[in-house]
Design a protein around this ligand. Structure first.
Ligand code: 13P
Length: 252
């Protein structure tokens, strides 16, 4: 059985004051059994989050990391080893905002994935097509290409050590959620592709959905057989809403 993961990506939101208020709200939530929980705050607030969430079921992750684990002259970068040292267990790699706004190629994403694994962080590999790609019928090809670099380097076992997040770009921050069926189709396609390489390991890979997940659509999405939780953006900035989404994962 795959243990669902519900993760919050705070993106570039928050101040010391609002982060403290959100953390206070989070520690008061009732968290479901059997669901893994994680938040990825801006790096600046990781330490604060790790400290405040001690003893809670929520772990902390990074939103991105450098392409190398070793220290170096890389002004502004944060290495996966430093994230680990700060108390993180996960790091997002290849989020569509990193790919489109910061020009991260599949090769760069793969280096980050490798660097994260090398220091014991679980990478959350984000994949997904744009609206134009979906309209052109290229969803399967785009997602397959984004997965392939990782599969070439690490096989299905590498993905099983991390998590795959299917985040259709057109559903991110737009309020346009993929329907449970649309999301399930792509999740099933991803798992089938992995199963062609290694069926047993493919059944262990967690594939979470991201893109306008809210408390009122979470349960329908999480009920789908190949959707193993969610990566939540905007709704993770509200403790009550994030709690409700996590509880939805606990009910399915
Ligand atoms: P929204 O939930 O705000 O659409 O963001 C999804 C996302 O990008 C999570 O990484």
């Amino acid at each position: 059985m795959r243990r669902p993961l519900v993760a919050g990506n705070w993106k570039m939101h928050g101040s010391r004051q609002s982060v403290d208020a959100l953390l206070n709200g989070l520690v008061e939530q009732e968290w479901p059994e059997g669901v893994e929980l994680m938040i990825a705050p801006p790096a600046l607030y990781i330490d604060r989050c790790v400290g405040r969430l001690q003893g809670s079921p929520l772990s902390v992750g990074g939103q991105t990391c450098a392409t190398q684990a070793e220290p170096g002259a890389l002004t502004g970068e944060i290495s996966p080893a430093q994230l680990r040292d700060a108390g993180c267990g996960y790091v997002l790699v290849g989020h569509s905002e990193r790919r489109t706004l910061f020009g991260e190629s599949d090769a760069v994403v793969c280096k980050k994935f490798a660097a994260a694994l090398a220091c014991g962080l679980r990478p959350v590999l984000c994949v997904g097509e744009s609206q134009a790609e979906r309209d052109a019928g290229q969803t399967a090809d785009v997602v397959a290409r984004q997965l392939q670099v990782i599969l070439d380097a690490f096989g299905v076992g590498g993905l099983a050590e991390g998590v795959v997040a299917y985040e259709p770009v057109w559903a991110i921050g737009t309020g346009l959620t993929a329907s449970p069926e649309q999301a399930q189709d792509v999740h099933a396609m991803i798992r089938a592709r992995l199963a062609m390489l290694d069926d047993a390991q493919a059944q262990d890979v967690r594939i979470v959905y991201g893109g306008s997940v809210k408390a009122d659509n979470a349960e329908a999405l999480f009920s789908m057989p190949d959707i193993d939780g969610g990566l939540i953006g905007g709704a993770s900035l509200n403790a009550e809403e994030f709690g409700a989404i996590a509880r939805a994962a606990g009910r399915v």
